[in-house]
Design a protein around this ligand. Structure first.
Ligand SMILES: [Zn+2]
Length: 265
């Protein structure tokens, strides 16, 4: 009898500790996987997150599927980056008929102006704001507040998850600064195929050069790539070429340099 009670108590503890079944979690949608990851970290087990553009997709030129429209229709919140990043969002919201509030994660961030003249898309802000840790913390705070508004019963959970994640981001900020401080100032340069690192450059003093603009809608021209190669020769830039997800590295660069892959978007 005593043993049976112990077993039942242990089972009870397990049930309490288990995450809510998927159908009881708050269904939310994030426009792309980096944002979805922030939402997962803050929402924890109370939230079921669907990211529309996956880690190997390209959010700049995405075409939402009927399945995405269904996910948006079922969602209680739709998280987006904003700053013109999701040009396809309005169509999706219309097609899905979703009544979910649209949460703009960059709300309150000071946007950077787009650099360079390579862009063929519209809007003036650089949307890749998550590339500075200070901005990532604003995303996390906005996500926390939106989750609390949609699911007040989870306030404590969201507040403590967000606090833990913000502390991790503070540690990351220190780590990034320590690593960069060890690189000689004249070597703090990176060549990248897609200009997604304006906020990183601004925050940490690494200079990025890209033949392809802030959006990836337009391909880099041969002239742009030639200009980059002559710059590499002149400046002896370290051969690091991050690429956006879903794009292959430019072949002309590949024949001249070793290519490292770094996740951007
Ligand atoms: Zn991008």
């Amino acid at each position: 009898m005593l043993i049976r009670r112990y077993v039942l108590t242990a089972l009870g503890a397990l049930l309490l500790a288990a995450p809510a079944p998927a159908q009881e979690r708050l269904p939310v949608v994030a426009s792309f996987s980096i944002l979805g990851d922030f939402v997962k970290n803050v929402g924890g087990d109370r939230v079921a997150v669907e990211s529309l553009v996956g880690p190997n997709g390209n959010a700049h030129v995405y075409a939402p599927s009927p399945n995405d429209a269904k996910k948006a229709a079922d969602a209680k919140l739709v998280f987006v980056n904003g700053l013109g990043f999701e040009g396809w969002l309005e169509r999706l919201v219309k097609a899905s008929g979703t009544k979910a509030p649209i949460v703009v994660a960059t709300q309150g961030i000071k946007p950077l102006e787009r650099a360079g003249g390579h862009d063929h898309d519209h809007g003036r802000a650089d949307p890749h704001a998550w590339q500075s840790v200070a901005n990532a913390k604003v995303y996390v705070a906005n996500i926390r507040d939106a989750l609390i508004a949609a699911d007040p019963a989870g306030k404590e959970v969201y507040t403590s998850n967000a606090a833990a994640y913000l502390a991790k981001l503070d540690a990351l900020e220190r780590e990034v600064r320590e690593v960069i401080a060890k690189i000689p100032a004249d070597r703090r340069r990176v060549i990248t195929s897609h200009n997604a690192f304006g906020y990183f450059q601004d925050a940490y003093g690494i200079s990025f050069t890209a033949p392809q603009g802030v959006s990836t809608e337009a391909e880099a021209s041969a002239k742009d790539v030639a200009a980059i190669i002559s710059q590499i020769k002149k400046q002896k830039v370290p051969p690091t070429t991050p690429r956006p997800t879903g794009n292959s590295p430019p072949k002309m660069l590949a024949s001249n340099l070793s290519i490292y892959t770094l996740q951007s978007d």
